[in-house]
Design a protein around this ligand. Structure first.
Ligand code: GAR
Length: 306
């Protein structure tokens, strides 16, 4: 039997993408199994989907933490392992000139929720964390707590638009209301910004004059259910590399982007053989990695290439 990676899934809703991932695992379309399902909301039906399959579940109730924060602001502090200054330096979720109080109100409850999430995640070994309709942005605190090697990100997100267009919470709605003739979905690695990470895969569909938001959403979701398992399989085959590319612009300026490169399957086999011959096992290191090894949330900023 081929090696199966362990996938953790975070959801905030009905979990139709979760269902697609379960089915892809079950039918062996992907070399993966779902190790756990977590949610920010105890009510969502996606959790029941997981329980029926006897997959461990957990909830970190973000809303309850937010209410607790607004009522007992003075008593709530940062997680002990979070470096506030570094967090502010590297975060890209709020403009840099946001007043300090507003930054605290935005980040502190989030960080408290993320500390609880991390505690769960640390009890459950996983190779890849998949956000499947998880409607919470992640701060550098949890991202660095999960990405053991900044050159090998291991958090994926699916977004209901053709990024970089229409980031945020209503991708299909924004696409439809803008009058776009084409809509789509995107799977990307998560970085410090909102829906800004390196793109792994995209699918597009036509939007015709008679379409409604509902038909757009249905067409998009049907493509999401194909795209997400495909991207997970590329990760399982260790064929994704995030590299930095520099492009010259007019006027002598350069633009630099982190992008995903696919390792062709034929090369992958050669690399794997080489790795085995060198006594390396499991997942392969990216050539030229400067940093390797476990690091915790206190190391926020090590991913400063993001
Ligand atoms: C999906 O359309 C997904 O792309 C979107 O939420 C929906 C979840 O559906 N995610 C986001 O908007 C993330 N910003 P599901 O619960 O049926 O999988």
């Amino acid at each position: 039997m081929r090696h199966q990676i362990k996938v953790g899934v975070l959801i905030s809703g009905g979990g139709s993408n979760l269902r697609a991932i379960f089915e892809a695992c079950q039918t062996r379309k992907i070399d993966a199994r779902v190790a756990f399902v977590g949610s920010d909301n105890p009510e969502v039906s996606g959790l029941e989907r997981a329980r029926k399959r006897r997959v461990p579940t957990f909830v970190v109730d973000y809303k309850a933490i937010q209410v607790q924060y607004s009522q007992h602001r003075q008593q709530m502090t940062l997680p002990a392992d979070c470096n506030w200054k570094r967090l502010l330096k590297f975060q890209r979720l709020r403009p840099a000139d946001t007043p300090h109080e507003a930054l605290e109100a935005f980040f502190i409850p989030r960080l408290m929720a993320e500390a609880r999430l991390l505690a769960y995640l640390r009890q459950q070994p996983f190779d890849l964390l998949v956000l499947a309709g998880f409607m919470r942005t992640l701060t550098p605190y949890i991202i660095d707590g999960i990405n053991l090697d900044p050159h090998q990100p291991r958090i994926m997100n699916i977004h209901p638009a053709l990024l970089p267009a229409f980031p945020g919470v209503d991708g299909y709605g924004d696409t439809f209301r803008y009058g776009c003739r084409v809509g789509g979905c995107t799977v990307h690695f998560v970085d410090y910004g909102e829906d800004t990470g390196p793109i792994i895969g995209q699918r597009a569909f036509r939007i015709d004059p008679g379409d409604s938001l509902e038909t757009v959403r249905q067409r998009g979701l049907a493509l999401e259910w194909e795209l997400y398992p495909e991207c997970i399989q590329l990760f399982a085959e260790n064929r994704l590399r995030v590299i930095r590319k520099e492009y010259p612009l007019r006027g002598g300026r350069m633009v630099s982007r982190r992008v995903v490169e696919f390792v062709p399957r034929v090369y992958q086999k050669v690399i794997e053989r080489g790795a085995v011959a060198c006594g390396r096992s499991d997942r392969l290191e990216h050539q030229g990695d400067g940093h390797k090894g476990t690091h915790g949330a206190a190391d926020i900023g090590k991913n400063d290439h993001q």
